[in-house]
Design a protein around this ligand. Sequence first.
Ligand code: C5P
Length: 227
Amino acid sequence: MRSALVVPAAGRGDRLGADRPKALVPLAGVPLLVHALRRATASGVVDVVVVVAPAGACDEVRELLAPVVADAVVVPGGAERQDSVRAGLAALPEDVDVVLVHDAARCLTPAPVFAAVVAAVRAGAPGVVPVVPVSDTVKRVAGERVVETVDRSELAAVQTPQGFSAPVLRAVHAAAPPGASVTDDAGMLEALGHPVVTVPGDERAFKVTRPLDLLLAEALLDREVAP
Ligand code: C5P
């Protein structure tokens, strides 16, 4: 049986304010998507790669990936993230039993996180999420009024790759109404009562969302390759 990586990379990335889809924005001259795939494949736990690209950019993405993951399958994405993940799942071979869903925007996620997530799925968890502690104090608000302070010790910030038993992930996507806005695949399992467990994430797996995140990613990359 094989593990597959599905990378939803079809978002526009409006919050980054770039002139191209976020996954194709360069970081040190290399698109975020390529950084993400290099780390994922270096983990040694990914056998199959499916990239869900912006509908008009599939050929560009295929060319970009040829030297990185020669046999990557590239399919066009949909209107919402969930539609894009579903398009990726539809392109998976039958013999895949573990699926990792990883945002291209978490482009510096270290390889060991991928291995830990796959190991936890193979150990029997239907869904696995890497998490890091929440460092801010978090409050529930209604408009401008603070309703309450949430107990931070009970919270975790969730990253990707999220890992799943392939049949369970296929089933929850088949059950979800198309077009619904879902930010997180594990949430779809939770909603249907499937257990989801955590493994330790990594601060470097932060999501490049705003221009400041790109600066941080560049600084980390500089530090990584410095002699
Ligand atoms: O917008 P956000 O950063 O939360 O998107 C998370 C991931 O989902 C990104 O990698 C983005 O490219 C992807 N996505 C997608 N198809 C969409 C919307 C987002 O593949 N329609």
